[in-house]
Design a protein around this ligand. Sequence first.
Ligand SMILES: Cc1ncc(COP(=O)(O)O)c(C=O)c1O
Length: 407
Amino acid sequence: MREEFLVFGSPHIEQAEIDEVVDTLRSGWIGTGPKVRRFEDAFRLYKGCGHALAVSSCTAALHLAMIVVGVQEGDEVILPTLTWTATANAVIKAGGRPVFADCQRESMNVDPRDIERKLSPRTKAIIPVHFAGRSCDMDAIGEIAAERNISIVEDCAHAIETEYHGKKAGMMGALGCFSFYATKNVITGEGGMLVTEDGSYAEKSRLLAMQGLSQGAWNRFSSKGNPRAQVISCGYKYNMTDIQASLGIHQLARVETNALTRKRIWEMYDDGFKGLPVFTPSPEEPDTRHARHLYTLLLDIDRLSITRDRFVNSMKEKNIGVGIHYIPLHLHPFYQGRYGYKRGDFPVAEWISERTASVPFSSKLTDRDVADVLEAATDVLSRSARKTNRKARAVFSRAGSQSRRKD
Ligand SMILES: Cc1ncc(COP(=O)(O)O)c(C=O)c1O
């Protein structure tokens, strides 16, 4: 058994980030300033988009996006139930009502047919979440939105490198929201980015992210700045700092190199989990790019004597951290209490939720780490596999070696 606990999403930080942070600390300016601007420019170039605004989190980006597309009291916004709470809370904080939709089993992404079923005259926006880094079916979602003049705001928390039919994630709707949280493919500790092609959305978001002030702090306090600023609207304190951007600049510069490492580890997992009672992630769809943010197994619990939670605990006992993505939002007390959701409302998300387990995944993992994960999982899963006759075992072994797409 490994001696040190392996966290499921360990940040991959190198000397360049450390040197840049130290340089910032020594520079005399650690707030929002020239390094944030550098990071925004680099992200804008990476995406090839018109505007990029660095903010304190993806949650902040989603909240700003909801405000600038005009979500107001009584408006509805459709989003998958299988997501992180931030996606729904951004809607609520803007005054809207989150309306959940079920997902597809193979892609684990929101099902466009269920989005259609959830439309109403009050639907103002749709938030597709590119789960684990796999693009949603943006052709179908785009068609639904365009016919009814509904805004699309992409939740790209998992999707920095994601592409779909020649388009980059974040650029297939009105605005795209990215996360640089500690476990993401690019990290700044906490942080996010809002991208858009629309100049007025960008301007309004920039103003709201900095207390609604006519000028940010760097423009007020730098040698060329003017300390007088006017409050133009009641905004938020959502700005990113130069300390965070110092990490982001170098993280983004290595995102493509890290993607190669992620692909290699992904393939090691695909190979290593073959024959075990699990379903591995579906292959990349043609003409798309998967960001490979999470390696999410679905346990074949019908062939196991343990639950998903027992699997997670057994892995932990072996010093391997495992994430759960996600307990669907409609199963949480808050959304049930406020909106009346209940178990049974979204059968596919519930099916996934009972089986989902994300094993450690990061470009920082060594071959030894990957081997430790596979060794621990093989031990737990094979000891918990239900006894089957020879014929059933053959079927089981074929199913276990298949991805969910073929299931
Ligand atoms: C799908 C999804 N959306 C939004 C967020 C919020 O990101 P942040 O923590 O940067 O606010 C997360 C964070 O993990 C996420 O996974």
